[in-house]
Design a protein around this ligand. Structure first.
Ligand SMILES: [Zn+2]
Length: 318
């Protein structure tokens, strides 16, 4: 089956044509567009139109759409995205009209990634697992009994808002999260939190080491911090270690609650999974009720950057 996949992120749109069957997917062609942070519905529809045109004279039977924020998959509505002006946007209905009444499936991007891992990835034989996206934010997608579990209000597995950091004298104060609370996993361990922790620890080093005191505090991105860690930068190594520790803490709470078989990690920050894994694993195992959870796997997704497109494709296998 040919599928048009639209992977809408916080800052970019990927449109792609895929060939999909029950167990695998193949990307035939794809194109990327940048999205403005304040992108409105009309602009988004225009961008989608242009991106799909660029894919050429394609034919497809179904359309899968992944969106950031809250989705109502049953009614095909993009309910809310905190970073944009989009609210209650009936995107499935609009795209269906545009594409000859073809079936359109939409879902939150993280839930779709979890579904893709079940259909095409490392979790084909698993029925109970958690997917965690670690990127500019942190989101969770939960598969229970082989199906995505969305919760009563459609917002299950918001692991990014697990409180993982408290105020402790002499330590970096907990970072305020977009949700308003302090010390959420998303605020502490997503890309911006990693950048802030590096800067904070650099300033602490300056206090101890007069030779550093004249240096400007660097403002590295999370990706740069990971590269520095690979080159042996001690502050960067300690920041990646703390990030892994916090992710492991949150994952252990989820597994102790739900008795899962595996936790999968995807997203940009999780590209540096090898740097995170030692402290993540240690922190996770030290908090796990082991007798109830004897063989839980912690793994990086094998879907890589394609996870979003694979997710959009997986949605159409209904
Ligand atoms: Zn929060």
């Amino acid at each position: 089956m040919n599928v048009l996949a639209l992977d809408i992120g916080g800052s970019k749109l990927i449109a792609a044509l895929l060939v999909v069957d029950d167990s695998r997917f193949e990307i035939i062609s794809e194109t990327h567009r940048l999205l403005a942070a304040d992108c409105r519905q009309e602009q988004l529809l225009t961008l989608i139109d242009h991106a799909v045109s660029e894919l050429g004279n394609i034919t497809f039977e179904r359309v899968g759409v992944t969106i950031p924020g809250l989705a109502d998959p049953h009614n095909g509505i993009w309910v809310y995205a905190c970073f944009s002006g989009i609210r209650d946007f009936p995107i499935a209905q609009i795209l269906s009209k545009q594409y000859g009444n073809k079936p359109i499936a939409i879902e939150n991007d993280v839930n779709a990634c979890a579904l893709a891992e079940k259909k095409f990835g490392k979790c084909r034989d698993l029925n109970d697992f958690l997917w965690i996206t670690v990127s500019n934010g942190i989101g969770g997608g939960l598969v229970l009994d082989g199906k995505v579990y969305s919760g009563h209000f459609g917002a299950a597995a918001e692991i990014g808002h697990f409180g993982v950091m408290d105020f402790v004298d002499g330590c970096q104060p907990p970072i305020q999260c977009g949700c308003g609370h302090f010390g959420c996993l998303e605020a502490e361990a997503a890309g911006p939190g990693i950048a802030k922790r590096y800067a904070w620890r650099f300033r602490e080093q300056q206090k101890l080491n007069p030779t550093l005191s004249a240096s400007v505090v660097p403002s590295y991105t999370a990706q740069q911090v990971a590269e520095l860690a690979r080159n042996g930068d001690t502050i960067a190594l300690s920041v990646m270690e703390t990030t892994g520790m916090l992710l492991g803490k949150a994952a252990s709470y989820a597994v102790n609650l739900l008795n899962l078989e595996a936790v999968l990690f995807g997203g940009g920050v999780a590209q540096s999974f090898d740097l995170l894994l030692p402290s993540l694993e240690k922190s996770f195992r030290s908090r796990l009720f082991r007798n109830a959870n004897p063989s839980v796997k912690l793994e990086q997704t094998g879907l890589g950057y394609c996870a979003g497109l694979a997710g959009a494709a997986a949605l159409t296998l209904f």
